[in-house]
Design a protein around this ligand. Structure first.
Ligand SMILES: [Zn+2]
Length: 100
């Protein structure tokens, strides 16, 4: 797993791909773009978009947003299963939840 934070769009996409492999999900397309109100979003067709401003955030926060959104490709809600998956891949998730 990469330890350095992503500082460019390319590095962020690489980090997203690394996590996708780890979580075993396959996003159809990954976009990094300006977003006004959200850190990330996903569509039912398997597209995920990440906010360009993530590049200025900490590695931990980047990981959190990436894992959260990638898990939505498998689990569309924030139910029990979603939480137990977050516990596996990002045990600190509750600390970051409010900032999402
Ligand atoms: Zn969510």
């Amino acid at each position: 797993m990469r330890k350095n934070k992503a500082k460019t769009k390319t590095e962020l996409k690489k980090l997203i791909n690394d996590w996708a492999q780890e979580i075993k999900v396959t996003p159809k397309q990954i976009r990094v773009q300006q977003m006004k109100h959200k850190w990330a979003s996903c569509s039912t067709s398997g597209w995920i978009s990440f906010n360009f401003d993530l590049l200025s955030k900490s590695k931990k926060f980047q990981d959190y947003v990436i894992i959260h959104e990638l898990l939505h490709l498998q689990i569309p809600n924030h139910g029990k299963l979603f939480k137990s998956m977050m516990n596996i891949f990002f045990p600190d998730w509750e600390k970051y939840e409010s900032s999402f």
